[in-house]
Design a protein around this ligand. Sequence first.
Ligand SMILES: CC(C)(COP(=O)(O)OP(=O)(O)OC[C@H]1O[C@@H](n2cnc3c(N)ncnc32)[C@H](O)[C@@H]1OP(=O)(O)O)[C@@H](O)C(=O)NCCC(=O)NCCS
Length: 180
Amino acid sequence: MAERIDTARLSLRAPCAENGPALHAAVHASLPELRAWMIWAASPLDELGYIDHLRDAAERFQARTELRYLIFDRTTETLVGSTGIHNLNWRVPKGEIGYWVDTRFAGRGLVTEAVIALTEYAQKDLRFRRVEIRCDAQNVRSRAVAQRAGYTLDATLINDDVAAHDSSQLRDTLIFSRVQ
Ligand SMILES: CC(C)(COP(=O)(O)OP(=O)(O)OC[C@H]1O[C@@H](n2cnc3c(N)ncnc32)[C@H](O)[C@@H]1OP(=O)(O)O)[C@@H](O)C(=O)NCCC(=O)NCCS
């Protein structure tokens, strides 16, 4: 499993507990945007919590139950976001890509660059037959990432879950895929 995937501007790196403080800083700088779409952002962790969280993610990476990557700017070594492949099914094989960006680094195409690189790694090296992206139908920016990264809309699941920003509302979920 690749511990590091490099692109023109970025370095995607497997999780490591020592990045806990940087992850904590990125999450806390981005809470309004994250809370709109990510249920976990309603209760963000403290710095020690993110160290433990990354230690657990590193164990899942080694066990191949989740392939989480932190996204770094290659030049400055700044942590700019997070991505990864979860809901893995190695029998197909297939998985689902998730992502978020530190708001201070949004609008530069960094997430699209990371998602394209991770999808290509999954398809070429891991021989994934299906890579999915799922997002709230109202999450226009996430949907745009999937489309820029060459994903096709497969389905819309009506009333699939509760909305991250308001548990009294239901959300529809878009399912995008790239298959081979
Ligand atoms: C979804 C999310 C990751 C999208 O972030 P983003 O910064 O819009 O995505 P990218 O990094 O791909 O940047 C795309 C933007 O950069 C611009 N851009 C600049 N240079 C670019 C380049 N070289 N390549 C591509 N786009 C570029 C694009 O035009 C686009 O801007 P626009 O939306 O104003 O047209 C972000 O909004 C986020 O973290 N949201 C909260 C968490 C979330 O919703 N995660 C997804 C859950 S399914």
